[in-house]
Design a protein around this ligand. Sequence first.
Ligand SMILES: [Zn+2]
Length: 205
Amino acid sequence: MQVLLDDYVRAAGIATALVNTAPEVAVSTGDLLAGPDSLARFLTEHGIRPDALADGRSPTADDVAEVHEVRAALREAIEAPDAATMTGLVESLVRDVAHGPGLRQDTDGRWQWSLGSRPGARVAEEVALVAGVGLLSTLRVLGHDRFRGCGSPTCNGVFVDTSRGGRRRYCEPEICGNRLNVAKHRARARAAREAAQQRERSPRR
Ligand SMILES: [Zn+2]
């Protein structure tokens, strides 16, 4: 899998979304990446196409456990007290998987710096690579004050602010920014989680 170093807005958004699936954020709903099916949906929703799944196989329970470890490491990096600590944490996360850099043409034909994943990389390593590039490229372009905790008193989320003005306050602006919607959001997340669990209990076709 190739990750364009300048495509940091998308990659940082993936890091934010992944970290906020954790049970310490989704307190009332529990882990939003509880099993292989919810991980598969997360990858699809965010356009992540790991080489490890290129043969059409689905994520396994081991992949889920490994992605949980990556998620915890990413949260630690986002909450790091300073930029040097953050870069150290992210570099140790991507060091063994990153392959390159090399130049690749994007969909508009422009040449872009790109990092690849090593042959045989695990799903979680490829997720770490894209999220890690998101964090490091955001730091390089926008600075360390773009890594913050959610401003909602009822939310334990964190986020990477890649907005132009840098004044984002909430991990999910439409939700955490409107306290009246918090209860609705939790109900929706709970329903989504229950539906996911239902699907995971159903026999695979
Ligand atoms: Zn929030």
